[in-house]
Design a protein around this ligand. Structure first.
Ligand SMILES: [Ca+2]
Ligand SMILES: [Ca+2]
Length: 191
């Protein structure tokens, strides 16, 4: 709700010119990107709006509206009516294809044979949930990375060798590590 209130304030601040304002914001967490698009109707009557949104990942909860070009870039297209003086917020989630910068072209909104645009959008993506602890991912930022993986983070756990840790005795004596795990498993049977 806090984000939404912020979005409305942003619309009011941005919106001193023209009859339509388009604002977009996104938050990224745990492999999924949540995006909000806010559109205000400052015409004096209700209008029908068409919204075009570029996707740079897998749209969650359905299929893209259409895809174009050799690079197969996909888009969402929504139709919506907005009463006069009201703001409509469209929420959607997307799973980015790659780590690094996620950027998409400005949101395009058509009404009355005119087009209105948001600012371009960019956010840093550090985790893709695909079951692989990949480049840029680690135990702290991605559930794909678990204890003991060589991910640049020393997530020390007794009984598991993490090569990122200095002086991890589980790495020095792998056979001891094996017996510790065996002992833990055995004791676990009686818990
Ligand atoms: Ca991954
Ligand atoms: Ca590690």
């Amino acid at each position: 709700m806090k984000g939404l209130a912020y979005l409305f304030i942003l619309i009011l601040l941005v919106g001193s010119v023209g009859a339509v304002k388009v604002v977009r914001e996104g938050t990224y967490s745990g492999g999924e990107l949540r995006i909000k698009i806010g559109i205000s109707n400052d015409f004096d009557v209700e209008k029908e709006f068409i919204i075009y949104e570029q996707l740079k990942g897998e749209f969650i909860g359905g299929e893209p509206s259409y895809c174009l070009g050799a690079n197969n870039i996909c888009y969402m297209k929504w139709h919506t009516k907005i009463p006069t003086g009201k703001i409509k917020v469209i929420n959607y989630e997307v799973k980015p294809y790659f780590t690094g910068q996620y950027d998409s072209a400005p949101t395009k909104v058509e009404v009355n044979n005119k087009s209105y645009y948001s600012e371009p959008f960019a956010i840093n993506v550090d985790c893709i949930l695909d079951g692989i602890c990949g480049s840029g991912e680690n135990y702290l930022n991605c559930r794909d990375c678990s204890y003991g993986m060589e991910d640049g983070v020393c997530d020390f756990q007794v009984g598991i060798c993490d090569l990122d840790c200095e002086n991890d005795s589980d790495c020095e004596y792998p056979e001891l590590s094996f017996f510790r795990r065996l002992k833990d498993w055995f004791l676990g049977l009686f818990r």
